[in-house]
Design a protein around this ligand. Structure first.
Ligand SMILES: NC(=O)c1ccc[n+]([C@@H]2O[C@H](COP(=O)([O-])OP(=O)(O)OC[C@H]3O[C@@H](n4cnc5c(N)ncnc54)[C@H](OP(=O)(O)O)[C@@H]3O)[C@@H](O)[C@H]2O)c1
Length: 338
């Protein structure tokens, strides 16, 4: 039978924080023994709930007697029968108990990915610069029964990637998924390109993704987590007038494959997603007027992908069983030739 355990904290946040690590170890052991179906990510600020798969309530009581918060006297437990069958729950919430960082969550692909992962039960850390956009997405996720926190930051600032990972792990005690979607595309022929546009693209699209991936490795090792990098078709096919963008995206593809081969033995999975044209704000930031027009004209002749189409691919990759590592996905609009 399935039982829901509501855990109510009794003490000050410091008391809970002291036992968070022991609690996470206890959950990992339940998971290994196949007794844990889902767990809220616990924070030092509030309580949470678990769903256990047990023979009867006596077995649940027996397991819970060892739960570190209860042993330390800082929380109480309350048990409820859980109605849906295990299969139904697993289908609805394959990422329950998992914590995900999504960059570029204030618009486009990142926003759609964050919403999709939240629907699958993950707790979200939403990163980007525009605070109000992140807050409104976090609110939408919470209204839908999920959990999300905005992190308004510029990922190209030196301390941002490391600081983001540290804060998320402090808040939730774990990290399972990182989706690097923040990016800019500033198109122009090489002869007209500026060094500052190239630097902006390399610093955000490539270096900040590399920094965030590195910062995430220690917590991802503990959870056998997953890094998903949103590259581009421009990381496989270099078109004229896209030299700086292509350089950054070829870089992402190369970095991701090298990283995969370094961390596969730790159980960490790495996925690169290479979308063709997606209808988002990406083209709005192009300053070269001719390039901006050319992109608009191209879009008018095809039905582009929607951000949600790419989000489904990310959700597919991160909900595979642990032995399945989806490494590379190319997704074009049907009407796009190259
Ligand atoms: N749209 C396409 O056709 C397409 C195709 C292939 C690949 N991609 C890739 O998909 C990813 C997402 O792009 P998108 O199409 O969803 O475009 P988008 O809507 O413009 O999203 C880009 C995101 O990056 C964030 N961002 C920009 N500069 C940042 C910075 N310095 N620090 C933190 N966040 C920053 C933006 O948020 P703030 O402005 O709030 O910071 C925004 O959320 C990009 O890597 C892009 O290269 C897009």
């Amino acid at each position: 039978m399935l039982v829901t355990v509501v855990i109510r904290h009794q003490s000050d946040p410091e008391g809970i924080a002291r036992h968070l690590e022991a609690h996470q170890a206890y959950l990992a052991e339940l998971d290994q023994r196949r007794k844990l179906v889902a767990a809220d990510p616990f924070t030092s600020r509030g309580g949470g709930s678990l769903i256990l798969d047990v023979r009867d309530e006596a077995e649940a009581g027996h397991l819970l007697a060892r739960e570190p918060y209860a042993v330390a006297g800082v929380a109480t437990h309350e048990l409820f029968a859980w109605e849906p069958k295990r299969g139904e729950l697993a289908r609805r919430q394959p990422l329950a108990g998992k914590v995900a960082i999504v960059t570029g969550a204030s618009s486009g692909i990142g926003e759609a990915v964050a919403a999709a992962l939240a629907q699958s039960g993950a707790t979200l850390a939403l990163a980007g610069r525009r605070r109000e956009r992140l807050e409104s997405l976090a609110l939408r996720i919470r209204e839908g029964g999920g959990s999300a926190t905005p992190f308004a930051l510029d990922l190209t600032e030196e301390q941002s990637p490391q600081g983001l990972v540290e804060q998320v792990v402090r808040d939730h005690g774990r990290l399972d998924v990182v989706v690097n979607s923040a990016g800019i595309m500033l198109l122009s022929p090489v002869a007209e390109a500026t060094g500052s546009d190239w630097r902006r693209m390399i610093e955000l699209n490539l270096l900040s993704l590399m920094e965030l991936s590195r910062a995430a490795l220690p917590p991802l090792r503990k959870t056998q987590g997953h890094i998903v990098n949103i590259a581009s078709l421009a990381g496989r096919i270099a078109n004229p007038s896209a030299s700086g963008y292509a350089a950054s995206k070829f870089g992402v593809v190369g970095f991701s494959e090298s990283l995969r081969r370094e961390v596969y033995a730790d159980g960490i999975r790495v996925t690169v997603i290479e979308p063709g044209v997606v209808a988002t704000e990406l083209g709005e930031h192009i300053e070269n007027v001719a390039m901006k027009e050319a992109l608009r004209a191209r879009l008018a002749h095809m039905e582009p992908l929607r951000a949600e189409d790419v989000a489904r691919a990310v959700a597919y990759a991160v909900t595979q069983p642990p032995h399945v590592n989806v490494n590379e996905l190319v997704i074009r609009p049907t009407g796009q030739e190259r």
